[in-house]
Design a protein around this ligand. Sequence first.
Ligand SMILES: [Zn+2]
Length: 379
Amino acid sequence: MNALLRGLKRREKEIVRLLGEFVRCESPSHEKAAVDRMGRIVAREWRRRARVRILRQKQAGNHVRAEVWLGEGRPAGQILILGHLDTVYPLGTLAKIPLRSANRRLWGPGIFDMKAGLVLALFAVDALRAAGLRPRKRLVFLWNSDEEIGSQSSRGEIEREAKRSDAVLVLEPAYGRDGCLKTARKGVGTAELIVTGRSAHAGIDPSAGVNAVHELALQIARLMKMNDRRRGITVQATVVAGGTTSNVVPEHARAMVDIRYSHLADAPAIDRRLRSLRPILKGARVEMRGGVNRPPLERTHGVIRLFEHARELMNELGLSLDEASTGGGSDGNFTGALGVPTLDGLGAVGNGAHSPSEHVVTRSLAERAALIAGLLASL
Ligand SMILES: [Zn+2]
């Protein structure tokens, strides 16, 4: 581990330079042309190191798959490494929040979640080669274009590769300032509640109307009852809209609903309750779309074993490593639910994901790349 880290520290400037290039290529999930450009840059880097396949998509951005086999003869299995090309920032964000370096940190949109992870994987593979290490297993890197919007177009491929794999490493950002790995993640759902009433003049003929905003408010109050702190269930209305103008009884209203849950076993009951909403006001109609999407990543024995192994590798460097659970979901939720041991949060140490203060700690880059390389070499 020490040799791996020494080699990677010597390459810190190159790591920072490539990370800068990745961040400067804006890649919001919904902009296919932009996220495809990001995919091309990433594929260019991998072609020097691996067999690369572009998984073309009609609407979503393309995904990139890179396969590395550094051993001799036949691989003893497969390790899947996951990460995403997309960010939550619309095009033009970089003009407002430029890439910069200050206080031994690098700042920029998407740098922490998770362009740093993409860069670390490349340098981890280089470090294996430089050290002459030969992993026993085939390494498959899958970079998808739509993680931030639910991975609809990539979930199938992620699950197919996961089923062939003995372990999954997710290069999403680390947790907290100490860089904890994520050994448990909540499951996630997104739903949309659509309410239809009847419009009328708010002053002249209010009784002819059915107020969709009032109905929505009552439904949201009902949804709030689903929150269950003990079971780790949260249900929150996050975006609401309704009405047209001040003197009109609104005909339409809608709310986006964010759902989080800790236990896979709770998913059917949550979905059933979402579907069973009935109108409260006479004449109103309610419709619920969506529901639970990502299953929770549960802290199984396999996950704990992977984490303990990672901790030993960091200890060899004289560094500590802890674990944490988080309410945020990732593609590791899908692979964990298939029963494949999944270790998440292996990306850079930093903070401020999805916010103007997004940054990574520069020193952590080489350390995390060494950890990833160590895992790839020894799993
Ligand atoms: Zn992410």
